[in-house]
Each structure stands twice: as structure tokens, then as C-alpha cells.
Design a protein around this ligand. Structure first.
Ligand code: NI
Length: 184
């Protein structure tokens, strides 16, 4: 089932999430729905608050890029209760967008390597390093789980430059070609 994507301005995007366990009702269906929703909107990552749920989980689908980046063929990762344990490497800059902020793209600085602990969809524990693009994506998604958004990491100037667009989104003026839910 395709879920509506919650747009900036809705309070759930600003609330820290709660951990879940394997008894969370409907979890496997939710995971399937999140992958389906993500693919339909042509994004690479989707966090639970973006579908209106205050729970600590996110899905990442880099397989969608595998025509250009064959190393990402079959790259689907479900992150339950994930945490960034440490970061390393250089600070890199990359242009990010977010399905909850249609039309807004900005360069964001982040560390190039992160060590993440999480549980997968079978509640198997993982402790792994991510580097490069996957590291960027997980950092963006896990910010959502702390009630943060990529606009919080923009420079004050760039945020000011995007102010009218942000205000439009937060007042329900949204144009995008996927199913969404906005203020009003
Ligand atoms: Ni996002």
C-alpha cells in the first residue's frame, strides 16, 4: 500500500521517535508499505515520521540507482532502532533533498564515514561502518528519527534563501507527484 508522505509543517516530523520491538503490530506490513512508498516517490530513504509514525525505524533503497551504480543492485536496508555510534573521515558536501521537502535541494556537510548499530527486519543486530553515499543517506534518515530535518543543517544564509519555499510548504502549498499529507 502506498502511504502518504508527510510534508514539512506537520508536527510528527519534529518529534523524537520511540524504539520498537518485534511485537510492534503490523511491522512487516509497514516495512513492505514503506519500501513500496519509497520506490513510488523515487527516493532513496524513508523514515517512519515521514509516514506519520513516531517510531525509530527507516528504510533505504539504493537499488533504484543501480542502473548507474551497479554496486547498489539489491541494496535494501531496514533500520530498526538505529544509532550512529561514531563518525570518521572527512566532512563532505553533497546536495540533498527530502521527500518531506519537495522542491528544496541544498548542499549539506556531513562526515564521510559512520558506524551504525541497528536491528534489521528479522531483529538481527548489526554493527557496521558505512562510507560515502550510503553513509550520507543513513545520516539524513536517522536525523528524521531525532525530529531533525536537513534544513537544520543548512547555513543560515541558505535557509534564509529557502524561507519562502519553506513557508509555503508549512502552510500546505505543496506541488509534487506522489501521494502526500500536508498542513490543512
Ligand atoms: Ni528526508
Amino acid at each position: 500500500m502506498i502511504l502518504p508522505i508527510y510534508i514539512y509543517g506537520l508536527p510528527v516530523l519534529r518529534k523524537p521517535t520511540e524504539e520498537i520491538d518485534e511485537n510492534y503490530e503490523g511491522l512487516q506490513q509497514l516495512i513492505r508499505d514503506m519500501y513500496e512508498t519509497l520506490r513510488k516517490s523515487e527516493g532513496v530513504g524513508l523514515a517512519a515520521p515521514q509516514v506519520g509514525l513516531g517510531i525509530r525505524m527507516a528504510v533505504v533503497d539504493l537499488d533504484i540507482m543501480s542502473d548507474e551504480r551497479p554496486e547498489f543492485k539489491g541494496y535494501f536496508k531496514t533500520f530498526i532502532n538505529p544509532y550512529i555510534e561514531e563518525t570518521a573521515g572527512e566532512i563532505t558536501t553533497y546536495e540533498e533533498g527530502c521527500l518531506s521537502f519537495p522542491g528544496i535541494h541544498e548542499k549539506i556537510n556531513r562526515p564521510d564515514k559512520v558506524r551504525v548499530t541497528w536491528y534489521d527486519e528479522n531483529f538481527q543486530f548489526h554493527d557496521e561502518w558505512f562510507e560515502g553515499f550510503p553513509a550520507r543517506v543513513v545520516q539524513h534518515e536517522f536525523d528524521h528519527l531525532d525530529g531533525k530535518c536537513f534544513i537544520d543543517r543548512m547555513s543560515p544564509l541558505r535557509r534564509q534563501m529557502n524561507k519562502s519555499r519553506l513557508n509555503a510548504l508549512a502552510s500546505g502549498k505543496v506541488a509534487c507527484d506522489y501521494k502526500f499529507k500536508a498542513v490543512r
